[in-house]
Design a protein around this ligand. Structure first.
Ligand code: GAL
Length: 667
């Protein structure tokens, strides 16, 4: 790992000077300095300009941009520029174009129109990386390298013949011989047995449900192919440059098909892009989930927010602008949750192209705007928070997250389409957020020893070793919650026999003999007054204590919520989809039993997160409500310089970052 933090929190965004006449560049640098910008990502979509014809490079404009930025004291996160190939590549090599499952070709004219397994794309892109890295390795402006851009955002699954061949190679590596593949894929079913590797294809559009393990392996393969591009570019960079290397992940924005837990070791720092869903009134809670997950991918280390937006985006049905103060709350919430840098897409709002209505640091209306004033304010805020960088976020709770479980649970022909992966993940994270409890979102293979409470929402697919680790965590005194449709299959998507929830049956002390999913809109009542929908199951306690049972619905009298004392700890099971109030109540019981406490108690809607290093601690207080928030805290607000002694008031919509007096830090 190469060190990436400097003496400041990074602040800036994607800078696309190639979209503007050179006269604009000097003004850009002036405005950047005014705003306190110290890092910009340059060249992300500039392949066609840097290499206008195969092998003919034109670096003059980039030389001038980097020199200008350096003269202005602005650092550069330099792109490898491979994010999207130039039109000449598809013309010369139409076989590099990606294809959908039904054979439709995806043509150039948007972006990322390349087959991720294409050797031609790989060769041409690496030649470009070699040229750029060779030229700018020693440029004093360059502080970081940015591989591609959001790898796999639009082209993660390609079903073309080149991809089919690469898929076969990947399968040979995984299984060695066809007998093992046939066993893993369960090909005795529907006469799917393969007698020759050449018979195997990606799961192209078929008359009916494709083999689920074939689908799952294709998803694994597709994530690995994108990762292979990252690794190939990184290898070139490692050889030629000394600065840290990253790429922007898309954790927590509904992007499902890239297994970032497996990619984290390929970058020197984890960087993430996050955009609010404008239609979601609780988008700031989703932001927290994304940040908590990014930190989990980063192994608890600080990470970099590579992109978010100053205001509206352009790609949602209704692109709602941010209200005054929202940009600041959003940005500082990421810092609270471990970001040591806050960057945006993009510096100056484009005049042309598909993203011309996307907000930027400098809007179309220019610097005399709410957005630019808030940008300058944020630059000053981040400057005042420099001492926080490098510190870690306090979290005693882990939520287990596995992309493969997500892929598995949402494959077709399952008991209910209403069982989705992110549903209970978000519900439990929300309940913790409301309770003021910070959680790390981590892969099930993470060492759980440092947590008191572990939640496993919808962990449908789980490996033996990971199920074992959860058992050991509970035996050692931890509290765990597993929710319905977990532990059902192994890594081949084969059912674990003997009753559900398979891998967790013993730990939970329950055995389910049959699932009873509910009809759309159907609700059931529990004997403790809670209501639930979507899912019920015929569950038998086998050692577990029953905490609540169904009062009506298809299974009156059957257990819905159970608790099993195991070793020094306890394993709770939730067999149905509780309403929000009941979920809050359940989480409150788990929090109480495990001894987890909020950083500092606060009113609903007031977000409080603590970061700490070996000597100091900082309390981030983000008031999302319309009323002043009062908390008992002592220390100094880094944003205002004001002291508080025992009582802190944070006005409606405002943020405070308190360096706590040492007594509190010892908590
Ligand atoms: C990201 C992408 C940027 C820009 C942005 C718009 O997905 O990396 O290039 O398109 O979205 O929100």
């Amino acid at each position: 790992m190469r060190r990436w933090q400097g003496d400041q929190i990074f602040f800036g965004g994607d800078y696309n000077p190639e979209q503007w006449p050179e006269e604009t560049w000097a003004e850009d640098v002036d405005l950047m300095r005014r705003a306190g910008v110290n890092l910009v990502s340059v060249g992300i979509f500039s392949w066609a300009l840097l290499e206008p014809a195969p092998g003919r490079y034109e670096f003059g404009w980039l030389d001038r941009v980097l020199d200008l930025l350096h003269a202005g004291g602005i650092g550069v996160d330099l792109a490898t520029a491979t994010a999207s190939p130039p039109p000449w590549l598809a013309r010369a090599h139409p076989e590099t174009l990606p294809r959908r499952a039904d054979g439709t070709v995806l043509w150039p004219g948007g972006r990322q129109a390349y087959c991720p397994s294409s050797p031609v794309f790989r060769d041409r892109s690496l030649a470009l990386v070699e040229a750029i890295a060779g030229r700018y390795a020693e440029h004093p402006a360059v502080v970081m390298w940015h591989v591609s851009n959001e790898l796999g955002c639009h082209n993660v699954h390609c079903y073309c013949d080149v991809s089919a061949e690469a898929f076969r190679t990947w399968l040979r590596d995984r299984y060695g011989d066809l007998d093992r593949l046939n066993a893993a894929w369960g090909t005795a079913f529907w006469t799917q047995r393969y007698g020759d590797w050449a018979e195997i294809n990606p799961p192209r559009t078929a008359p009916t449900f494709a083999n689920p393990t074939q689908q799952l392996d294709f998803l694994r393969f597709s994530s690995d192919e994108q990762r292979a591009q990252l690794r190939a570019e990184r290898e070139v960079l490692r050889r030629l440059v000394r600065q840290p290397v990253t790429t922007n992940f898309m954790i927590g924005t509904g992007i499902k098909y890239l297994d970032y837990h497996s990619w984290a070791g390929d970058v020197d720092l984890v960087a993430n892009d996050h955009y609010l869903t404008a239609a979601d009134p609780r988008a700031h809670v989703n932001l927290a989930l994304s940040a908590d997950h990014t930190r989990g991918v980063a192994g608890g280390e600080p990470w970099l927010l590579m992109e978010h937006s100053t205001s509206a985006v352009n790609w949602q049905p209704r692109n709602v602008a941010k209200t005054p103060g929202q940009l600041r709350r959003n940005s500082l919430a990421h810092v609270a949750r471990g970001a040591d840098g806050v960057l945006f897409f993009q510096w100056r709002a484009s005049r042309a192209g598909a993203e011309k209505f996307h907000s930027a640091l400098v809007p179309h209306a220019g610097p005399d705007t709410k957005v630019f004033r808030e940008v300058c304010q944020l630059g000053a805020d981040l400057g005042a928070l420099a001492e926080v960088r490098g510190s870690r976020v306090d979290a005693d709770v882990a939520i287990l997250f596995d992309y493969e479980a997500w892929w598995g649970v949402e494959l077709d022909s399952h008991p209910s389409v209403d069982v989705t992966y992110s549903d209970r993940l978000a519900a439990l994270h929300d309940a913790l957020w409301r309770a003021g409890i910070t959680a790390d979102v981590v892969h099930p293979s993470t060492d759980l020893g440092r947590y008191r409470l572990v939640l496993a929402p919808t962990l449908y697919l789980v490996r033996d070793a990971d199920a074992d680790a959860l058992r050991r965590f509970v035996e050692g005194g931890g509290t765990a919650l597993v929710t319905y449709f977990s532990g059902v299959v192994d890594e081949n998507d084969h059912i674990r026999l003997g009753g559900y929830p398979g891998a967790f049956r013993e730990l939970l002390g329950v055995r389910t003999e049959e699932f009873f999913p509910l009809r759309a809109g159907e609700r059931v009542r529990l004997d403790d007054g809670a209501t639930a929908d979507v899912w019920t199951e015929w569950l038998h306690p086998e050692g577990a204590e029953v905490l609540a049972s169904y009062a009506d619905g298809p299974l009156p009298g059957v257990a819905a919520v159970t608790r099993h004392a195991v070793g020094e700890g306890a394993a709770w099971y939730l067999g149905t989809r509780l309403d929000e109030a009941a979920t809050d109540a359940l989480v409150a019981r788990l929090v109480a039993e495990s001894g987890v406490r909020p950083a500092v108690p606060a009113a609903p809607g007031v977000e409080v997160v603590r970061r700490r290093d070996d000597e100091r601690s900082w309390l981030f207080v983000i008031n999302h409500t319309g009323d002043p928030a009062r908390l008992s805290v002592s220390g100094v607000d880094l944003l205002t310089g004001a002291r508080c002694d025992g009582e802190l008031t944070v006005p409606a919509g405002e943020v405070a970052v308190i360096r706590e007096d040492p007594a509190a830090a010892a908590a």
